[in-house]
Design a protein around this ligand. Structure first.
Ligand code: G3P
Ligand code: CA
Length: 225
């Protein structure tokens, strides 16, 4: 069963920072999850919200600020918003990277960056997993490069998500953990889908979902798994 660190190790370090991803690696995760938005000058930035207000000392929409402007703000004394490239280089294939596309505009850029790491640095496609609640964005990824592993996110409709996942030949399905039962878990796995629910942090929830023979768990506390 795979341990996947949510936004790095959100339970221990500031989310979506290099220190958070490094700590996830130190905890020997199988994968990290992160979120991406595009800057005004089309750089892929690793940040959850569409604004920088909650997580930095600045204000404004990510897509209205340039890379240089975004890098001037601080998450804390030591950390700035990382680019996706910086995270790829830190991880250096030591675990897989689950890239959550926060909107459609990021799809093409993420595909290009993955292709660059595969062709120029000889990374394996299985070091990546692109997920999104925006299924149009996932369809675009599949259209541009069908070798990139895809994960279908849902927090409401598991049946529809399964049908869509089969349609685009996704590798995995990422449901909110409250949607899961032993029966629907088996049903998804029989269809050849891996199941990576989120975000499971409490020990009793982890134990319950583990007992369903889940393929992996996305958590803020990888050491609890
Ligand atoms: O990838 C699963 C999870 O991260 C989705 O929700 O809001 O934490 O990005 P959120
Ligand atoms: Ca996410």
């Amino acid at each position: 069963m795979k341990k996947i660190g949510h936004r790095g190790v959100k339970g221990y370090e500031p989310e979506n920072t290099l220190v958070s991803f490094q700590k996830a690696l130190d905890m020997q995760v199988d994968g990290i999850e992160l979120d991406v938005h595009l800057s005004a000058d089309d750089e892929l930035m690793v940040i959850h919200d569409e604004t920088i207000d909650r997580t930095t000392n600045g204000k404004g929409f990510v897509n209205k600020l340039s890379l240089r402007e975004l890098k001037a703000f601080r998450i804390d004394d030591k950390h700035k918003i990382p680019t996706l490239k910086e995270v790829f280089d830190l991880v250096n294939q030591n675990c897989f990277i689950n890239i959550e596309l926060k909107n459609y505009d990021t799809a093409e850029k993420v595909v290009s960056l993955i292709e660059k790491y595969v062709t120029k640095k000889e990374w394996k496609y299985d070091r990546f997993l692109v997920s999104s609640f925006d299924w149009n964005a996932l369809q675009q990824v599949a259209f541009l490069n069908d070798k990139i592993p895809i994960g279908v996110l849902t927090e409401t409709n598991l049946d529809l998500a399964q049908a869509f996942a089969k349609f685009i030949q996704a590798k995995s399905i990422h449901p909110h953990f409250h949607l899961l039962t032993k029966e629907n878990m088996a049903q998804m796995q029989e269809k050849g889908l891996q199941v990576f629910p989120w975000t499971i942090n409490e020990i009793e929830d982890i134990q319950k979902i583990k007992a369903f023979n889940v393929n992996g768990i996305i958590t803020d506390f990888p050491d609890r798994i």
